[in-house]
Design a protein around this ligand. Sequence first.
Ligand SMILES: [Zn+2]
Ligand SMILES: [Zn+2]
Length: 213
Amino acid sequence: MNCSFSLEHYAELLEVVREGGYRYSFFDHEPESGDLLLRHDVDLSLDAALRLAELEAQAGAAATYFLMTQSVFYNLASPEGLRAINRLRELGHAVGLHAVWPGAELDERFDPVVAWHNPNPDYMSEPLDGVVNVMQAPFFDSNHYRSDSNQHWRYGCPHEALAAAEFEWLQLLTHPEIWVYPGSTMRETMNAMLDAERERRLELLADDRIDLS
Ligand SMILES: [Zn+2]
Ligand SMILES: [Zn+2]
């Protein structure tokens, strides 16, 4: 297997989750043996989130998508944002808040679960009132956690360990943009995302009655 950050390898990861006998779980109960908590922090692109969400649904996978209300890169209150939430729900995924410290106000759009965006260590694992913080015990411990941060697996790609069911349970954090847009480095991937974003924004400008003739 080629451990690229691509949709092809993402589909292979879902395949080995199945081989390992894991079941997809949400953050609505404490992790149990066999649980695979598939988590996506949506930092940059709702488009990328939806593409991954469709692929997962086709593979019988369910994830929790953490969406931002204070993103610099997308507007969850826009028609595009509302459509994204509705589609994620239709596909059977859960939706949590990707919060910017210290604001963690949840409204009816979200399940009661929060993942902090770029958290500092001092509050990262602190429990919250009436809401699950994904980095609090027992949902997080370093032996049951893998993340693709900046297109880099600190302990290597987890596909072999998943196929062999080496994790008793796992919280697997991936960022949709990294898998949807091509590039062998984060810089290349971000440039590919910005190229796609330019095309998308040109369409939005036309929709907004801007004369592009
Ligand atoms: Zn791999
Ligand atoms: Zn984030």
